[in-house]
Design a protein around this ligand. Structure first.
Ligand code: RIB
Length: 293
């Protein structure tokens, strides 16, 4: 049975509901405020586990927050035995969510920015056929990608958030990219979806490239293989973790032996459900909800 390891971030999300995202110099009172579990690593691991994939998360947070994480993850069968509690603050995110559902996020790395050997060595328990899923919210990323590749794992990268250093990572070792238009433009240098896919396919001819396009759906390219899936229309409440849901459900579909287009369709439906609810990890639907929707 192929397994998946997510090596990534855990954040405590502080979300503020506003009419409009705050402009420079403005002070605005929020309509609602809540804290919840988030971070791209945790969100994607939760999406995978909820989709039914055998998933483990390797990550770091404050030791004081670990019991709360255990309680949150327990119902979903996510293996968090490789999540290490450290004597430092957990990562956190400040999220503004405006009435259109659009968001704006600031992250503070905390424990996510102090990756220790003992956390990264979780990769050693995996091998050929297994998937390593990573994002860009923890440090030591080039080393993590290399370690996954050396283990013979399929390396899947959601290059989010994109940063300049990312362009110097060993991206040629990535087998699957799951990225949005902003990230795609950053890596490819093209701003139009088709050109972006073309440029990425040229740059990484062996890799599968999944480009999420919001209301325009999503597209896939691997060499000459191409698919396009329409979006599912929903009333957006909060777009936080929509990309994470897509990433987790897409890879779960692939692990479950679905064809690429089927995995994209499943991921599209799951992400649409996430958008219709407030929150991050907690807003990701269960497989049963996606099936019955
Ligand atoms: O992708 C959404 C996530 O981005 C949030 O949960 C927040 O923690 C940031 O990592």
């Amino acid at each position: 049975m192929r397994k998946i390891l997510v090596l990534g971030s855990i954040n405590i999300d502080h979300s503020y509901e506003l009419e409009k995202i705050v402009r420079p110099g403005e002070t605005v009172a929020s309509r609602a405020y809540r804290t919840a579990w988030g971070g791209k690593g945790l969100n994607q691991a939760i999406a995978l586990a909820k989709a039914g994939a055998e998933t483990a998360l390797a990550a770091q947070l404050s030791a004081a927050d670990r019991p709360g994480l255990e309680m949150f993850c327990a119902p979903f069968g996510l293996d968090i035995s490789k999540v290490r509690g450290l004597d430092c603050p957990s990562g956190h995110a400040i999220i503004q969510v405006e009435s259109s559902g659009q968001n704006s996020i600031i992250i503070a790395a905390g424990a996510n920015g102090m990756m220790e050997d003992a956390t990264i060595s979780a990769i050693d328990g995996y091998g050929s056929g297994d998937i390593l899923l990573v994002q860009n919210e923890v440090d030591r990323m080039p080393e993590i990608i290399r370690r996954g590749n050396e283990q013979g794992m399929t390396v899947a990268l959601n290059p989010s958030p994109c940063t300049e250093e990312m362009l110097d990572w060993p991206l040629e070792l990535v087998d699957i990219f799951i990225l949005n238009e902003t990230e795609g433009e950053y890596i490819s240098g093209s701003s139009q979806a088709e050109e972006m896919l073309e440029a990425l396919a040229k740059k990484f001819p062996e890799a599968g490239i999944v480009l999420t396009l919001g209301e325009q759906g999503s597209a896939y390219r691997r060499g000459k293989e191409k698919y396009r899936i329409e979006a599912v229309k929903v009333e957006a409440v909060d777009t936080t973790a929509a990309g994470d849901t897509y990433t987790g459900y897409f890879l779960a579909g692939i692990l479950q032996g679905k064809k690429v287009e089927e995995a994209m369709e499943l991921a599209t439906r799951a992400a649409a459900l996430t958008v219709s609810r407030p929150g991050a990890a907690g807003s990701i639907p269960l497989a049963k909800e996606v099936e019955n929707w």
